[in-house]
Design a protein around this ligand. Structure first.
Ligand code: CTP
Ligand code: MG
Length: 250
């Protein structure tokens, strides 16, 4: 394959706090990872799909991958073959998980997408658009949406925040010009050589692949994101995803 998608699903889901890794939390009765892989497997181009999961979830992830592959083959019999999905054990940070995925790239791969399993409802068309844009520009591509909230820069008074649990009291430093902002999503796509070189040179605390690529001096462009590519981080996000799926199924 010329395209690979690394789906990072090795996080623990601390903020969701449901006692299991987030990608395995059910959404409409099926693990979030199932939904995420359905999107990726629906891409126009057949890609190498690499799923990065917690060590104790490898067996479960293999079952999920086999199921999604089989369903995809049944839905699109015209396709040459069912998508091949590989499972890899993740690391303690998102970046480490991405690196474990990168280590498994097939030699033929020229374009790499990195996608959060937590963006479980992301449509296949967004991944297709990212691939197209990487191919035509040769640059890193990230999907982004305009920001609708007014954003302030705040000097957070840490001592006060610690004294009052849950409070983040601070001083407003200024309002940020909203027209210059984008809320960025995944999948983020890059020419393979650009991403692998940038990741090798990155500092370990960087969490965003596009930031790593930009820090290495390579251009990164933004294309239109999709409202359904939102990240499920909190219970409220999970509820919203449930409602959207229920509404779509009606
Ligand atoms: N991720 C990963 N490996 C890690 C940490 C995160 O593969 N060590 C993945 C998550 O599975 C998720 C994506 O990176 O799909 C975005 O991370 P986030 O939303 O922060 O998920 P978690 O880290 O699981 O959640 P939390 O931060 O609340 O613990
Ligand atoms: Mg996290």
């Amino acid at each position: 394959p010329l395209v690979a998608v690394i789906v990072v699903a090795a996080g623990s889901g601390t903020r969701l706090a449901l006692g299991q890794p987030k990608a395995f939390v059910p959404l409409q009765g099926r693990p979030m990872l199932t939904h995420a892989l359905q999107g990726v497997a629906g891409m126009r181009e057949s890609a190498q799909i690499i799923v990065v999961v917690p060590e104790d979830r490898v067996a479960q992830a293999r079952l999920i991958a086999a199921q999604v592959s089989a369903e995809c083959a049944a839905d699109a019999p015209a396709r040459a073959s069912a998508p091949a999905i590989e499972i890899v054990v993740g690391g303690s940070s998102r970046q480490e998980s991405v690196q474990r995925g990168l280590a498994r790239l097939h030699p033929s791969v020229e374009i790499v997408l990195v996608h959060d399993a937590a963006r479980a409802l992301t449509p296949a068309a967004l991944a297709d658009a990212v691939v197209d844009a990487v191919r035509t520009t040769g640059h890193g591509i990230i999907p982004g949406l305009a920001v609708s909230d007014t954003i302030k820069r705040v000097a957070v008074a840490v001592a006060v925040a610690d004294a009052v649990p849950g409070a983040r009291l601070g001083t407003v430093l200024g309002t940020v010009d909203r027209s210059e902002l984008a809320a960025v999503q995944t999948p983020q796509g890059f020419p393979r050589h650009v991403l692998t070189a940038a990741v090798a040179a990155a500092s370990p605390e960087m969490t965003d692949d596009a930031a790593i690529v930009a820090a290495a001096g390579h251009p990164v462009r933004v294309i239109d994101g999709h409202p359904l590519a939102f990240k499920i981080t909190t219970r409220a996000d999970l509820n919203r995803a449930e409602h959207l799926l229920a509404a779509a199924g009606e």
